[in-house]
Design a protein around this ligand. Sequence first.
Ligand SMILES: C[S@@+](CC[C@H](N)C(=O)[O-])C[C@H]1O[C@@H](n2cnc3c(N)ncnc32)[C@H](O)[C@@H]1O
Ligand SMILES: O=c1cc(-c2ccc(O)cc2)oc2c(O)c(O)ccc12
Length: 229
Amino acid sequence: MDQVDQVCFRHSWQYILDTSVYPREPTPLKELRDASASHPKFFYATAPDAGQLLALLLKMANAKQTIEIGVFTGYSLLLAALTIPEDGMITAIDIDRKAYEMGLPIIKKAGVEHKINFVESPALPVLDKLLEDKDKEGSFDFAFVDADKENYHNYHEKLMKLIKVGGIVVYDNTLWGGTVALPEKDVPEAKRDIRKHALEFNHKISADPRVEICLAPLGDGVTICRRIC
Ligand SMILES: C[S@@+](CC[C@H](N)C(=O)[O-])C[C@H]1O[C@@H](n2cnc3c(N)ncnc32)[C@H](O)[C@@H]1O
Ligand SMILES: O=c1cc(-c2ccc(O)cc2)oc2c(O)c(O)ccc12
């Protein structure tokens, strides 16, 4: 991309935020975004444009039973809780309860805490536990994965059993800052390891006949999968 392309890209992204995303962002989500800005890892929060897509997908899928892997302070969790119906439930998994508790007062104020089952744990054993219950197989409508990138392929295998046929799984950060499209030599050392995992995951998902996919260039790259068999 030359400099003119880069400027156009940045302006287009700002245009999308200013015209389509921020004016429609629910007040509690804006509050949560502002409250998370003081966290040392504030950059973990799901990008608001990617969040808007998530909300649309949740609505289009009529999602009621959902899974969230990687909660942090709860931006994507709160948006899911605001979007699903009153009798919906989100199984939300994270190893970091402290970050979740930072956003919890805003989740409570928004009146949606009753739709959240927060589980403080690494995600894989929680998914394995869910799979021990045969009734849970194919019982979830939607999942959002935004945690340890090294395990996306493992999450995918479990989620292919937990999500119903026709259900949606969304993976965040599949462009990993655009580094997946660069030769390794041009990627900063600190980004190379996760880039390798992202490349392997993207390759695997692209060849997976169980899903229809779309890698949307929103936020840090969002891969949408629809389970078809
Ligand atoms: C990028 S943040 C999630 C951002 C969140 N979706 C949001 O909108 O703010 C990634 C989260 O994954 C969590 N995490 C990392 N490894 C994990 C694991 N093995 N199991 C569950 N959560 C994990 C981290 O504690 C962190 O809160
Ligand atoms: O900077 C990050 C780092 C992560 C990350 C990497 C590896 C792990 O085992 C867990 C988390 O995730 C991020 C992320 O999801 C994001 O949206 C922005 C930045 C980072």
